[in-house]
Write a protein that binds this ligand. Structure first.
Ligand code: ACO
Length: 426
């Protein structure tokens, strides 16, 4: 018998079926059940894909037990500490880290392509004040397909490169505009002399003729957040992007779908919830009360920013951000009741049996929310920041799927539970 197979027996009729096992470079193998329906006349059922690999991918790898995350084989800590977000974006988009010349060219491409067509402003003018910046951003990205309608067919390497550079470069401008329009503020055009992350912070926080002085640590903190969010295997928004790609949809439509998925509270909205919860707790005296609520089985209250579906030991991204948060708070001289509340929660949770026994460690959102707040970025913009970071990952995943020789449209089956044959004689 071939050892690299799995045998399943249907106990209803004692028939056995054999399915091949495919090996991963690292991590769990998968059972290839693509012929399952044809052979057994049954579907498999796995709501939320908890045991299902939806694709082959060579982009990102997570080992949740060991707390490991790699992009294209490079450990996230190396990329976050020794490289910039642009290095990481280039790596995701092209498969290799750039050398000095490649990075300089990529950086220049980002500066050159950061401007958006003036027509986008007319579109944004139509949104009411206080429209959510995610609504404005997703409309803006969709609209790019109307402005670049001649470039929707992507067949060659050059067309791919141009599309990827265009989208990665324009997203921060659209993101900053979404904040300015949402708050009735004058927009600030990109500055060709600033680097990628600095330029975004500048467009977000400056006023005409009154440009903010940005500290190195502020740029580094945000750049690290972008790097840590750049990809994360087949999460919900990436799956949305891939589903659209499987229909042959162009990348602007696919990325808009990703933005929609990321807007969900259970996905890109978690760090906003962390800050809202810290504000709700309000003072260090009340921390014990809320820790008790989190531990109470009868109480649905959960400590936001603790626990993770995949990381069961620690979230490697959180470890990196904890150091950055400490550095940022120290250099900016920030102290506030909110930070004290966060520190007390962290201290108790890391030493409390309830949290230790359930492997509930602070996740990336616990620290990223505090960092973004220290950078004076409003809560409504937190998911937008996530979009800027995740865009290179989405494009890399869109492209990986498009490079396959044959593309199967994503079309899951179902377990039908509705009525049967109710149509009357007519
Ligand atoms: N506070 C208190 N208790 C918790 C928490 C929490 N934040 N998270 C899990 N638990 C407890 C559960 O009550 C459960 O206890 P039990 O074994 O006594 O029943 C146990 O830990 C396991 O919880 P599950 O819900 O089964 O764990 P799961 O892996 O499914 O959930 C999740 C992970 C959804 C992230 C959860 O930890 C949570 O709700 N955390 C708070 C929200 C949050 O921070 N989300 C952001 C995640 S990071 C990201 O998405 C980018």
């Amino acid at each position: 018998m071939n050892k690299d197979t799995i045998t399943l027996t249907n106990n209803r009729d004692a028939k056995s079926y054999e399915f091949p096992i495919l090996n991963a470079t690292v991590g769990p193998s998968v059972v290839d059940i693509s012929t399952f329906y044809k052979e057994t006349d049954m579907f498999t059922y796995d709501e939320g894909y908890t045991s299902t690999a939806s694709c082959r991918s060579s982009i990102t790898y997570i080992d949740g037990e060991k707390g490991k995350l790699m992009y294209r084989g490079y450990d996230i800590a190396y990329l976050a500490k020794k490289k910039t977000f642009l290095d990481t974006a280039y790596l995701l988009l092209n498969g290799e880290l750039p050398n000095k010349e490649e990075l300089d060219n990529f950086s220049f491409e980002m500066q050159k392509r950061s401007f958006v067509n003036e027509g986008v402003k007319n579109l944004f003018d139509a949104f009411p004040d206080h429209a959510h910046p995610m609504a404005i951003l997703s409309a803006g990205v969709s609209a790019l397909s109307a402005f670049y309608y001649k470039h929707l067919e992507i067949n060659t390497k050059e067309e791919y490169k141009e599309m990827a550079n265009r989208i990665v470069a324009k997203i921060p401008t659209l993101a900053a505009f979404s904040h300015r329009y949402s708050n009735g503020l004058p927009i600030i055009y990109p500055d060709m002399n600033r680097g990628f992350t600095e330029n975004f912070l500048y467009m977000l926080r400056s006023y005409p003729h009154n440009y903010v002085e940005l500290k190195e640590i502020e740029i580094k903190a945000l750049d690290t957040i972008f790097t840590l969010h750049a990809d994360h295997e087949q999460n919900a928004s990436t799956t949305a992007v891939r589903n659209l790609a499987s229909t042959n949809a162009h990348p602007y439509a696919a990325i808009s779908a990703g933005i929609g998925a990321l807007w969900g509270k259970s996905h890109g909205g978690a760090n906003e919830s962390v800050i809202r919860q810290l504000e709700m707790i309000g003072s260090v005296d009340r921390v014990d009360e809320f820790i008790a609520k989190a531990k109470d089985k009868e109480d649905p209250f959960r400590l936001m920013g603790f626990g993770h579906r995949v990381y069961k030991n620690f979230d490697p991204r959180a470890t990196i951000l904890k150091d950055i948060r400490n550095e940022l708070m120290h250099e900016l001289g920030i102290s506030s009741e909110l930070v004290d509340v966060a520190n007390k929660i962290e201290e108790i949770a890391l030493s409390d049996e309830y949290f230790i026994s359930r492997n509930l460690y602070p996740n990336i959102d616990f620290y990223s929310g505090l960092i973004l707040q220290a950078l004076k970025i409003p809560k409504e913009m937190f998911a937008v920041i996530f979009v800027i970071g995740r865009t290179p990952g989405w494009i890399a995943q869109w492209s990986e799927l498009n490079k396959q020789k044959t593309i199967k449209i994503a079309r899951p089956r179902q377990l039908y539970t509705g009525p049967n044959d109710r149509t009357p004689e007519y």
